[in-house]
Structures are given as C-alpha cells and as structure tokens.
Design a protein around this ligand. Structure first.
Ligand SMILES: N[C@@H](CCC(=O)N[C@@H](CS)C(=O)NCC(=O)O)C(=O)O
Length: 221
C-alpha cells in the first residue's frame, strides 16, 4: 500500500495521484500543506515544507517528478516506464522541461491569477508568466504536431507532469494562442479516468474560491 501525503488540490500531488491511478496501485492519501499546515512528523519526512511526500514500505520520497519516476519504474515497466532507452530518455527530457521551464513560467501566472489576494497581485509578473507560457506552449505544440504523446506513440510517465499543468493552463481565464496539437493531446488525456478523477478538479477563480475547493477536497481519496 502506497501512502501519499499532500492536499488534493496541489498540482504536484496530483501528478503522483494520477500515476498511482494509472498503475492501479492501492493507496491512501492524507491531507497536508496549504490550509492543512504541516505536522511535526511530516516535517521529519520532508524538511522542505512542501507536498507531496510518498511512502512505500520503509521508503520515504519527495520531489513529485522523482515520485512519478519511482512509481513508474517500480510498478509500470513497459507501460508508464518505457521499455526502450531512447523513449525513456525522451520521457525524461519532457519531465525535466516541465520541472524547469514550464514550472517557472506557469507558477507566477497561476499564483497571481488564482492564489493571491488583490493586494498581493503583481501584474508585471503575471504578464511575464503568460508571455513565457505562450512561447513554451507554442514550442510544445510544434512537438505534438509530430508525436501523439510527449515521448512518442504511447502514453508514458512523461505525459503526467506536463498534462497536470496543462489542465490548469487551458482552464485559466486568460488569452491563449491557438494550440491545435496541444488541444488534441489534451483531449486524449481527458479520456483517461485517472486524469479525470485526480487532476480535472475545480480550482476556483480567485483566492477565496481556491481555499473553498481545497476544503471541499479534504479527505477525498
Ligand atoms: N519541487 C517540489 C515542489 C513542491 C511544491 O512546491 N509543492 C507546493 C504545492 S503544488 C507546496 O507544497 N506548496 C506549499 C503548501 O502547499 O503548503 C515537487 O515537485 O515536489
């Protein structure tokens, strides 16, 4: 039984939840972070004061993409974890790109648009994030013109981190450039029950609604 610790409305937690959902692994999830705060016991497991952390037997692991890789490699060889090294390397590349480029562009956009109260909003930061996302998603769109999934013809772990952020990006009330190939890939993700259940959950339109959704999702497995 895998234990996942982190609030259900965290994108980094959702990556891990989606992964266990795809793999059909038994799990329990415990609320932590955000309005739930951090227990002393959790801080011993993860000194970064962020979520998620997972536990599998006596292993305790943090960093969401490392958790996705661990679960895919341990429980999904030949499916989420590609069997050949070339596909594996490409999967890794897109996961790194999500963690570095996409994350640093999207985070300020999402924080300012949804999570910050009016007096905290930094309009310049939000515009810069939106411009950066447009540039990166255009690049992603060009890649997905050639390839149905990020690492090739099949769905792999690579699609999970970027798919999770893309749900949020495409559902933000902002102007976006046309992304026909991203849209087709995203539509395929939307057909997956584990994506629907763990990722496609409302996140509200402002700080108050965000918090309400966090509370609404408490205890849901
Ligand atoms: N690099 C870390 C980042 C984790 C992270 O920043 N998580 C956010 C939620 S998405 C968090 O814990 N924020 C503080 C909180 O929720 O209390 C990872 O990928 O796991």
């Amino acid at each position: 039984m895998i234990s996942i610790i982190g609030r259900r409305n965290s994108a980094n937690v959702q990556k891990v939840m989606w992964t266990v959902g795809e793999l059909g692994i038994e799990y329990t999830r415990q609320d932590m972070g955000g309005s739930f705060g951090y227990s002393d016991e959790y801080s011993q497991l993860n000194p970064n004061q962020v979520v998620p952390t997972i536990r599998d037997g006596d292993l305790s692991l943090w960093e969401s993409n490392a958790c996705v890789r661990y679960l895919a490699r341990t429980y999904g060889k030949g499916s989420l974890w590609p069997a050949d090294n070339r596909t594996l390397a490409l999967a890794d590349q897109w996961m790194e790109w999500q963690r570095s480029d996409i994350s640093s562009a999207f985070f300020p956009l999402f924080q300012n648009k949804i999570k910050f109260s009016a007096d905290q909003v930094n309009a310049d930061q939000m515009t810069a994030g939106a411009d950066q996302c447009a540039r990166l998603y255009h690049q992603l769109d060009q890649h997905l013109e050639q390839s149905p999934y990020l690492a090739g013809d099949e769905f792999t772990m690579a699609d999970i981190p970027l798919g999770t952020i893309t749900y949020r990006y495409l559902n933000l009330d902002i102007e976006r450039i046309e992304l026909p190939h991203v849209a087709r890939w995203y539509q395929r993700l939307c057909e997956r029950p584990a994506f629907q259940y763990h990722v496609m959950i409302p996140f509200g339109a402002n700080a108050e609604e965000w918090l309400q959704e966090e509370i609404n999702n408490a205890k849901i497995q």
